[in-house]
Design a protein around this ligand. Structure first.
Ligand SMILES: Nc1nc2c(ncn2[C@@H]2O[C@H](COP(=O)(O)OP(=O)(O)OP(=O)(O)O)[C@@H](O)[C@H]2O)c(=O)[nH]1
Ligand SMILES: [Mg+2]
Length: 370
């Protein structure tokens, strides 16, 4: 299934195809929802593209990612449409990426690359920027060095250490130096984070963290209940940097409250690793507010993705399910959702459009012993 999409007039870009591949690993929603989310990622990045191609794959192939038949179809499509660059909706192993490039005769990018680029655009603090840089170097390291291996194998045929091998060694050294520098800067920042945390723990002020799937309304909630001025946008990953504010309930300072990076299905491993120190903060929270966009048909899978990410990070803090954007649902729709919502306890239903909309959460926090 292929359809035509927008061009950026007057600006050169390689003829680009987006390939949405729905696989059993996707975890999230149905095929339409999955593809829609992929397009939101692409739009968030303002990535110009020419065509889309959506397919369903029962089991990804270890070497090629696509099965033989699907690969043949796509190769034909790329050559007929003179495609130069293909972005896949899924995370590709560097070997799969190289093999696909060879088979399709195009440059290939994957989900990790798109999310990395979005993170790069949204990181403003020095810690955020270094974390993204670290993830980026690691992403490209495996890919570049992999290609280097092919270069050196060709050189090996001539018997000596050929130009390919020297280039590979230089590159490896250069990348390792970059990683070393980034790690050093991160360590310095981590030390200052540990000092701050120690001060906070000593002061006995509890910490509440707002977590949730990207675009659920986390920053809007912080802005509403703690007079923040965090950028809230209808974009994925608008927030990367942690913002912490004082939370006053009943005119008393109750806690510090933080808003941080959102989660998404199949967040690249490099990024989770790079943001580990930021996310580690969650383990020191007294309470987590998990914000859920109840108006999103895939809200339930989004809750599972967040839960799985928390499990990976070893976070076991108490959670309140904060069902948000209920202003977008009719009373009948809300009523119909009740049986499903029951399973998620404790819960509050809110919208962040007004102070009144967040009152159920304020009442909950007022009664909660942090
Ligand atoms: N209708 C409605 N829209 C909301 C509500 N809360 C947030 N939004 C909108 O949802 C979009 C995302 O809100 P953000 O607060 O940026 O979401 P986030 O969870 O911080 O997103 P990231 O930082 O990108 O992960 C924005 O366009 C908000 O205006 C709500 O209660 N009702
Ligand atoms: Mg945000």
């Amino acid at each position: 299934m292929a359809s035509k999409k927008f061009y950026v007039v007057g600006e050169y870009h390689p003829k680009t195809l987006l390939v949405g591949v729905y696989t059993p690993n996707n975890q999230i929603g149905n095929q339409d929802y999955y593809n829609e989310e992929f397009l939101s990622l692409v739009h968030t990045l303002d990535l110009p593209y020419d065509l889309t191609y959506f397919m369903k794959l029962r089991a990804p192939d270890n070497n090629m990612f696509l099965t033989k038949g699907k690969l043949e179809e796509l190769t034909k499509f790329c050559s007929e449409n003179k495609i130069e660059l293909v972005y896949f909706s899924e995370i590709l192993h560097p070997l799969q990426e190289r093999n696909l490039e060879a088979a399709l005769g195009c440059n290939v990018g994957d989900r990790s690359r798109i999310i990395l680029e979005i993170f790069k655009k949204s990181a403003h603090s020095s810690e955020g920027r270094i974390q993204v840089e670290m993830a980026e170097i690691n992403h490209y390291k495996t890919r570049i060095i992999g290609r280097g291996t092919e270069m050196s194998q060709q050189a090996g045929i001539l018997g000596n250490k050929g130009p390919g091998e020297t280039a590979k060694e230089d590159l490896r050294r250069h990348i390792e130096e970059k990683i070393r520098q980034a790690r050093k800067r991160l360590e310095t920042l981590e030390r200052s984070r540990t000092t701050q945390r120690k001060q906070r723990l000593e002061s006995k002020i509890p910490l509440v963290c707002i977590i949730g799937y990207t675009n659920a309304g986390k920053s809007s909630l912080l802005n509403r209940i703690a007079k923040g001025d965090v950028l809230a946008e209808d974009k994925l990953f608008a927030t990367l940097d942690t913002t912490t504010r004082e939370l006053f309930i009943d005119n008393k300072k109750k806690a510090l409250i933080s808003d941080t990076v959102g989660f998404i299905s199949q967040l690249p491993h490099n990024l989770i690793a790079a943001f580990k120190s930021t996310l580690d903060e969650l383990r020191y929270a007294s309470l987590l507010l998990q914000v859920i966009d109840l108006s999103n048909p895939a809200w339930k899978s989004q809750v599972s993705v967040v839960q799985a990410t928390l499990d990976d990070l070893g976070v076991k803090q108490p959670i309140v399910y904060v069902f948000n954007k209920i202003d977008k649902l009719t009373p009948e729709q809300l009523e119909a959702l009740q049986p499903e919502l029951e399973q998620f306890q404790p819960q509050v239903l809110i919208n962040t459009c007004s102070r009144k909309g967040v009152e159920p959460l304020i009442a909950y926090l007022s009664a909660y012993q942090l």
